[in-house]
Design a protein around this ligand. Structure first.
Ligand SMILES: C[S@@+](CC[C@H](N)C(=O)[O-])C[C@H]1O[C@@H](n2cnc3c(N)ncnc32)[C@H](O)[C@@H]1O
Length: 250
């Protein structure tokens, strides 16, 4: 990264918000080392050996690296104050290896995952973490299958279900605001309790820019979202501005 860009980044809004997040985490620290000590990391590595990387799967997502992923997911949990909120019912869309729901359980919450069954390693790790998941696929303009219950919190971390296909120039063709509107309505009406929240966390785009283009930022704002860094938080009621911090009983 060029020095001028580095310098810009240091004083950007993103840097200020990152500092804010870290400051809040310091107010309620979580002992990641203790959590890691409870995980049989040799068994995770053995699982990786039994389910080797699929061709084209990016090695950067080394999900057997428990130290890294526990760190990431502890921060996710802290940002939603899950380490100190009353027990919640949580649905994690695209739950992947299951780290987030594993941590949620340690903090006293009850979790359910939803994912495709395309990654055999995730089948192994969710079993290893004893994370329950429903197999299915999120499709544009299609209601999610009936899960016969509602949740206090629905999450989607490093969301990629909105990516449809890669175009010739390597960019993703992705959901339109109308597709997002359908999905958000479906979650609000069928999966969220009245005080429930939907948290979506997005990867940056391949060129490093934010997922939230001007159009998408305007759209998520029109849905009542609180956008913070790469996350959008939405309340069940579109007229309410949800809060990350929620420590009272729902
Ligand atoms: C980048 S991984 C993120 C995993 C996990 N949420 C995390 O942050 O560690 C994306 C996850 O979304 C799932 N996924 C992708 N497309 C999906 C779809 N259309 N419906 C349901 N899950 C999907 C993948 O199987 C994978 O588990």
């Amino acid at each position: 990264m060029r020095l001028s860009r580095k310098f810009k980044k240091l004083f950007s809004r993103d840097a200020a918000e990152s500092l804010w997040e870290n400051a809040f985490r310091w107010t309620h620290p979580v002992n990641s080392r203790q959590i890691l000590a409870g995980i049989d990391r040799t068994e995770l590595e053995r699982l990786r050996d039994s389910y080797p990387y699929r061709p084209n799967a990016r090695k950067i997502n080394a999900y057997e690296d428990a130290k890294y992923w526990i760190g990431v997911n502890v921060r996710r949990a802290q940002d939603l104050w899950l380490d100190r909120s009353p027990p919640l019912q949580i649905l994690d869309l695209g739950c992947g290896a299951g780290y987030f729901l594993y941590l949620c359980r340690l903090f006293g919450h009850e979790g359910l995952g939803f994912d495709t069954d395309e990654e055999p390693f995730f089948r192994g790790t969710t079993e290893f973490f004893n994370v329950r998941r429903v197999i299915g696929r999120i499709e544009p303009q299609t209601p999610l299958p009936d899960l016969r219950r509602k949740f206090d919190l629905v999450t989607g971390h490093r969301v990629c279900f909105h990516r449809l296909t890669r175009t010739n120039n390597g960019e993703w063709l992705e959901w339109s605001p109308a597709d997002w509107k359908f999905f958000i309505n479906d979650i609000r009406i069928r999966f969220l309790k009245p005080e429930g929240r939907l948290l979506l966390e997005f990867n940056p785009r391949p060129d490093g820019s934010s997922f939230f283009t001007d159009e998408l930022r305007a759209f998520f704002n029109s849905q009542g979202a609180r956008i913070f860094r790469w996350k959008a938080l939405l309340a069940a009621d579109s007229n309410q501005r949800p809060r990350f911090k929620q420590t009272r009983k729902l």
